[in-house]
Design a protein around this ligand. Structure first.
Ligand SMILES: CC(C)(COP(=O)(O)OP(=O)(O)OC[C@H]1O[C@@H](n2cnc3c(N)ncnc32)[C@H](O)[C@@H]1OP(=O)(O)O)[C@@H](O)C(=O)NCCC(=O)NCCS
Length: 173
């Protein structure tokens, strides 16, 4: 079994279908999307070829393959407005292993090390990320990679009848 990562430059309709599946998976919506109430948690978000292509204008996106099977994606943006610590030359990262069979096998750990190397290569000095306080698997992964908590944004997202904080973490490269 081998894991590899491929930079996305030209989205295809097949990829659009896969992103639609992941981004509308009821198990993933609470973890990957900010929701303000129950109806948002149940709402569909339509990915099109146009908006996936648009995303790549301000995001560097890498596809995660387990052998030849696409199981997830990870990405970074540079200095987005929503940074907790507005330090220039920061990469804001995100990762989703969309295929449940790909989770819990060390692929997120390996993938983020690859993404960090790409970010460093591009000359950026700092990484920031947000993880919801109920996402224990996410927090453990980031702690294992030495990300440090820098703050919590209260009442950030809705899940299981209440609002939860967004935990912001950083790492200097
Ligand atoms: C969170 C996510 C990226 C982690 O990637 P992964 O490949 O599953 O994690 P790994 O197998 O590399 O595990 C790394 C560490 O994370 C922790 N971890 C992973 N899965 C876990 C789980 N289900 N429960 C608790 N801890 C978990 C462990 O500490 C693990 O280290 P260990 O194996 O030495 O114990 C992945 O599970 C995922 O995409 N989840 C759904 C979407 C999501 O939550 N994205 C992140 C939003 S901030």
């Amino acid at each position: 079994m081998s894991t590899h990562f491929v930079k996305l430059t030209q989205p295809t309709l097949k990829l659009v279908d896969i992103f639609n599946r992941w981004e509308n998976d009821p198990d993933l919506i609470p973890l990957t999307r900010r929701n303000s109430n129950q109806s948002e948690l149940g709402s569909r978000q339509i990915v099109t070829l146009k908006n996936l292509t648009q995303r790549l204008k301000h995001r560097y996106l890498y596809l995660i393959y387990d052998d030849n099977h696409l199981i997830g994606e990870m990405n970074y943006m540079i200095d987005p407005k929503h940074l907790y610590k507005k330090e220039p030359e920061t990469a804001w990262i995100g990762i989703t292993i969309g295929d449940s069979k790909g989770r819990g096998r060390g692929i997120g750990y390996e993938g983020l090390q690859y993404l960090e190397a790409k970010i460093k290569e591009s000359g950026l000095k700092r990484i920031e990320l947000g993880v919801f306080e109920f996402n224990i698997a996410g927090q453990k992964l980031y702690q294992k990679l030495d990300y440090k908590e820098i703050g919590r944004i209260k009442d950030f997202t809705y899940y299981q009848n209440k609002m939860w904080s967004d935990i912001r973490m950083e790492k200097y490269l």
